[in-house]
Design a protein around this ligand. Sequence first.
Ligand SMILES: [Zn+2]
Length: 180
Amino acid sequence: MASILTHPVIPLTCGLILGTRIVSWRLILLGMACAILPDLDVITFKLGIDYQSALGHRGVSHSLLFAILAASCASFFYRSLQTTRVKAWWFIALATASHGMLDALTTGGLGVEFFWPLSEERFFFPWQFIKVSPIGVNRFLTARGLQVLQSELLTVWLPCGLLLLGVKSALYFTSSKPSS
Ligand SMILES: [Zn+2]
């Protein structure tokens, strides 16, 4: 997995790019939580479930179906999320699905079961450049954890920050152009 510090960066960046007039803060915060949600499956290690099993880590909870179900649940609460049903559905679906996408870019572990239950095949993207994060807080607070954080800062946080800066600057300069 990428670390739980990094998964929420994707919906946060998307939300800030779209702007809080389009995506409310409540929806952004729920999206950030949903981007971490799939990794609750690490509990299956404690339950003795095989990593390779569909119920194991990077299995069911990392599938696109899980993202669809999370989005469908969230869309019931669209009023509390201060948005429309459609926006709530799409934002939460993409935020949750982004988790598996980041995991599929990591350098270790098993692949992601994107297409469960249609297929239990596990996938990685052809490019794997995010150092895989150790599982568990104790293992994260080590030299290896620091290397993972450096890798994530460079490969996720920095590009997201630059993208946000680029889009916001472009919008600023376009909107502040003097009219002729
Ligand atoms: Zn994961």
